[in-house]
Every structure is written in structure tokens, then in C-alpha cells.
Design a protein around this ligand. Structure first.
Ligand code: 9MG
Length: 287
């Protein structure tokens, strides 16, 4: 039977890779910082990504790019919440990218389907807030924190360490009452990792997928792609598509991307080659 990833009222059958569109409502995110800071433009962009085939829209009000400074809770809430309310009411599967329990709680009350936490729900109260709801959760690995994470990251065995951390966090979520079907894991490309670490993790997506949890990957436009191609952040579409395909061909279940239309096309092509995977494109409502 095809496994299912449950997020709020959405039940995504994992018959094909899912696409999560990125919507940063920040003045300073590494790629689209400032571009969607105006709520009208942000809504238009979210709807365009939905029309282009995004399964989920990931809304973030705090940049987590290397060197980024934390944002006050009130500022994050006022950036994110108006969008969550409108887009969730339109039936869009909204993920909220936040590390703050108060933002998680407000987002869930407003209808968010998923919490995407780069801190893997380690903040006090975060797991309980998610467990008291039916949201899906994405648990991401990060070494240190955004302000300092790219200062000479070191691992013994990066793949084993990342996998063991993610499995431990997933088990903690399950122990608190979050159903296994609601949990995704993410190696956290670029979060306290060198290019060599990122490549080792990308080559080993299969090791993460073997845990049974859907693996979410965020490689879109990231600096590793720039290191390999020599391209600036706005010129990394071909590398982003290649990275997404490399990830799904090794077992990634969800790709978090800026360029939804192009990624959906690339995945349709890949699914057609892989046979039948492309035929099941409709996320099912579970209630
Ligand atoms: C918020 N954010 C930025 N990059 C990300 C990534 O790679 N994964 C996840 N889950 N979130 C991310």
C-alpha cells in the first residue's frame, strides 16, 4: 500500500514526489528576501505557486540564512499570520516555517496544515503544541544556529550523525503523540554544513529514506549550487532542478523549491520515465 503523509486535513499519498513552494515574507532571506514582503504580492505569489502545481506553500517570517539574526515573536506573527489565514481558508495546504512555539500555536489555530521547524521541535513546548493538533511536522537537522552555523562545521560521519539525530527527534515526537504518518525529516542542506557535507548527504538520501519517514529536501538556489556552478543566486535554476531530481531519484519525498512551475515540469518528466508515478497528482482530503 502506498504510504501517506498526513498534514492537518490533507492526506498526501506518497505515490509521487511532492512540491513545497517557498514564500519568505522577510526583508532579508537569501534568495527572495524583500520580494514578497508586501502582503498583496505575497498572496499573489502563493496563488501562482498553487496554480503552478505546488502541493504545499511554506510561509516563513524569519530568515534562517547563514548569519541571520533572530526576529521578535510579534514581528514574525504579524508577517505570517495574515497570509496563513487567507491561504488556509482558500483550501491551500499551508506550512509555516517557524522555530517559535507561539507562532506554531497561532498558525495551527488559523488552519496551517504543517509546521516546518529548522530546530526540529526542540524549543520548550513545541512538540506538545503540534501533538495537540493534527498538523504534519518537518524535523530538520542543523548544527548550531543560523547566526553561527557556517563557521567551520565539523562532523565525524555526517550521514550517520544527521540520520541518528532525525530518528531520535522523530521518536520523541511519536512518544508525545504525533503519529508517524505526520512526520517528515530533513537533512538541512546548508545548515551547518560544508559543500562536502551537503554532497555526502545528497548522495545518501537513500539512507535517510530507509528510516521510513518521508524525506524533505531544500536545495533550491542554495550556496552549494553556486559553489559548484559559479552562478549567482538568481542564476541557479538549472542546478536547482538537477539537485531536485538527484534527490527524488534517491528517495526524497518532498522538494522545497522557489521555482515551482519548472520543478513540477521536471518532476512530471522524471515520473513519466519512472512509470505511473505521475498519474496520481491530486492530494486527497482526509476529511
Ligand atoms: C526554512 N528553510 C530554509 N531551508 C530549508 C530546508 O532546507 N529545509 C527546511 N525544512 N526548511 C528550510
Amino acid at each position: 500500500m502506498t504510504p501517506t503523509f498526513r498534514c492537518g486535513s490533507f492526506a498526501f499519498r506518497r505515490a509521487r514526489p511532492l512540491v513545497m513552494g517557498v514564500l519568505n515574507v522577510t526583508p532579508d532571506s537569501f534568495s527572495d528576501g524583500g520580494r514578497h514582503f508586501d502582503p498583496g504580492r505575497a498572496l499573489a505569489h502563493a496563488r501562482r505557486m498553487r496554480d503552478d502545481g505546488a502541493d504545499l506553500i511554506d510561509i516563513g517570517g524569519e530568515s534562517t540564512r547563514p548569519g541571520a539574526m533572530p526576529v521578535a515573536e510579534g514581528d514574525e506573527l504579524s508577517r505570517v499570520m495574515p497570509l496563513v489565514e487567507v491561504l488556509a481558508a482558500e483550501g491551500i495546504a499551508v506550512a509555516v516555517d517557524t522555530r517559535k512555539p507561539a507562532v506554531m500555536r497561532a498558525a495551527i489555530e488559523a488552519g496551517a496544515a504543517m509546521i516546518n521547524d529548522v530546530d526540529a521541535l526542540t524549543a520548550a513546548g513545541a512538540i506538545e503544541i503540534c501533538a495537540d493538533s493534527d498538523v504534519g511536522v518537518c524535523l530538520m537537522h542543523m548544527q548550531r544556529e543560523p547566526r553561527t552555523m557556517q563557521e567551520a562545521p565539523v562532523y565525524g560521519d555526517v550521514v550517520a550523525e544527521v540520520r541518528d539525530f532525525l530518528v531520535a527527534r522523530a521518536r520523541a515526537c511519536e512518544a508525545a503523540g504525533i503519529a508517524t504518518e505526520r512526520i517528515a525529516i530533513d537533512p538541512g542542506f546548508g545548515f551547518g554544513k560544508t559543500l562536502a557535507h551537503n554532497l555526502a548527504l545528497l548522495r545518501s538520501i537513500g539512507t535517510l529514506a530507509a528510516t521510513g519517514y518521508p524525506v524533505l529536501v531544500g536545495l533550491s538556489r542554495k550556496s552549494s549550487l553556486g559553489e559548484i556552478t559559479g552562478r549567482g543566486v538568481d542564476e541557479r535554476l538549472p542546478a536547482s532542478l538537477a539537485a531536485a531530481l538527484a534527490a527524488v531519484s534517491r528517495g526524497a519525498a518532498i522538494v522545497r523549491v522557489h521555482d515551482v512551475r519548472e520543478t513540477v515540469d521536471a518532476l512530471k518528466m522524471w515520473c513519466a520515465v519512472e512509470e505511473n508515478l505521475g498519474s496520481d497528482t491530486t492530494p486527497l482530503r482526509s476529511r
